[in-house]
Design a protein around this ligand. Structure first.
Ligand code: EPZ
Length: 446
């Protein structure tokens, strides 16, 4: 088993450049299915999820060349519209191939991505939207595939029942080649969606965000290749900003995008941590004095992002007082809590009173399990100490690395394949800031 060995207690100091956004990169790769021409993408992070989506696309006949952080992708030699089960089922983003394959080739066979460590994560909202656009989609529980066909997708007026980030992107990737106009209402407004809209527009699509929650697409007959530089990763910036605060250090972050981090920056200041613009795309993060407790509720954009709540919980273990986090997007996103408790954190689960949970929560209420809770109460401050812990999903991984950086002693973090999904060269970059962190495989004399 691969393990990260982290000796905590060192203030992180120095400069860090944020990598390209994982949650744009995956969809930009899928967008290559919409044309025979080449997409040239810059600022693509070299992370496992990108390699995985390229594997999915390669199984369809898509060719790619990845040099440094520039990726050239071409679907000119597409050979099939069926994604192999063992490759597709492990990566949720593979379901995004359905729209472009139906739009261009009239059919798609995609494995059900199924749930993962943070919840059921069904794709009912995008399936519903594609059906409204004229696709016939059958789910075969025997082979675990969605079998989709359509003579030609037609534009439609579709209103999402609830916010869905990739669901909105899935319908954008289909509507751009559909016949006629599609109006998506109650559409996600995460900034990563707007980066995908920019890429599709550069490819010749006719897309306009007409209001915060509405996007209008006029289908065209064909799209062409383009060259594009992906936006930086919001989750990386939040992770490294908290790393500065939790270790009592100071980090200058380049490729910073303060305009997309509003709720985080406000909470960061409320918690007694400091940030300062040092140029258009550079922000300095540090802490002065004690950490103060906060009350956080996650929400789709423009709210406090669900991906930030784990790293935030680590900072709140150092707050002088009680803090709460109410997770409203996913139904099972506190897997890191048990691991933080092994390191000395004092955290209780609770269920915040909600009048109409079936409407209030972003997940489908039928996916809710009674044994799971949507709130945590963090008593602080508690001294974190070393332990052997295991990460169970990508952001929980970042959470445990942050805790280990702040803890006394040497912590062993197992399951590090999760963090490799979303953070490029994590130990190298943290080491450059003064962290003591190394990767070992069992038998390396851990
Ligand atoms: C995207 O997930 C991101 N992943 C997530 O980042 C991010 O946390 C999330 O959006 C919220 O911003 C990618 O972009 C690859 P949703 P996504 O569709 O699209 C439920 C990370 O760590 N739902 O907005 O899956 C769903 O289960 C990852 O980088 C349905 O029930 O999120 C979830 O509870 C984690 N049916 C909630 O809605 C659907 O058809 C929000 O899902 C679609 C979603």
């Amino acid at each position: 088993m691969k393990t990260l060995v982290v000796s905590g207690g060192f203030p992180l100091k120095g400069e860090m450049a944020i990598a390209g956004a994982k949650n744009v990169a995956l969809k930009a790769c899928v967008a290559a299915l919409l044309t025979d021409e080449e997409l040239i993408l810059h600022n693509v992070p070299r992370i496992q999820d990108v390699y995985s989506i390229l594997e999915v696309l390669k199984s369809l006949g898509v060719r790619s060349v990845f040099k440094h952080n520039t990726l050239r992708v071409s679907a000119k030699h597409l050979a099939t519209t069926t994604v192999p089960l063992e490759i597709g089922a492990s990566l949720r983003a593979s379901s995004l191939a359905m729209g472009p394959l139906i739009a261009r080739h009239g059919q798609a066979n995609i494995p059900n991505p199924g749930g993962c460590r943070i919840g059921a994560r069904p794709i009912d909202r995008q399936i519903d939207g594609l059906r409204k656009m004229g696709a016939s989609i059958l789910y075969n529980s025997t082979d675990g595939y969605f079998h989709a066909t359509a003579l030609r997708l037609s534009g439609t007026d579709y209103t999402f029942t609830k916010n869905t980030h990739t669901g909105t992107e899935a319908l954008l990737l289909a509507a751009v080649l559909a016949k006629g106009r599609t109006i998506l209402s109650n559409a996600a407004q995460e900034v990563e969606v707007d980066d995908l809209i920019s890429i599709l527009s550069r490819m010749g699509a006719k897309i306009k965000r007409t209001s915060q929650r509405q996007v209008v697409i006029d289908g065209v007959d064909a799209l062409h290749g383009t060259e594009y530089t992906l936006m930086p990763d919001r989750n990386e910036e939040v992770t490294f900003a908290i790393a500065a605060a939790i270790t009592g250090g100071e980090i200058m972050i380049h490729n910073s995008q303060r305009k997309h981090l509003g709720p985080f920056l406000r909470a960061f200041r409320k918690a007694g941590a400091m940030w300062k613009p040092c140029g258009e795309a550079t922000t300095k993060y540090w802490i002065k004095g004690n950490v103060r407790p906060t009350i956080i509720t996650t929400a789709p954009y423009p709210g406090f992002m669900t991906d930030w709540q784990g790293p935030w919980a680590v900072l709140m273990t150092q707050a002088f007082g009680n803090s709460t986090i109410h997770e409203t997007v996913f139904e099972n996103r506190f897997s890191y809590v048990s691991e933080l408790m092994k390191m000395g954190a004092n955290i209780e689960f609770f269920d915040p009173p909600v009048k109409h949970p079936e409407e209030f929560y972003n997940f489908n209420w039928e996916d809710h399990k009674n044994e799971l809770h949507q709130g945590i109460l963090i008593h602080g401050p508690t001294k974190l100490h070393n332990a052997v812990v295991e990460m169970r999903d990508l952001r929980a991984g970042a959470t445990l690395v942050l805790a280990a950086l702040a803890a006394s002693g040497t912590t062993y973090i197992q399951g590090i394949e999760h963090i490799d999904r979303g953070y490029e060269k994590i130990e190298e970059r943290l080491t450059s800031l003064g962290a003591s962190i190394r990767r070992v495989t069992r038998g390396d004399g851990v």
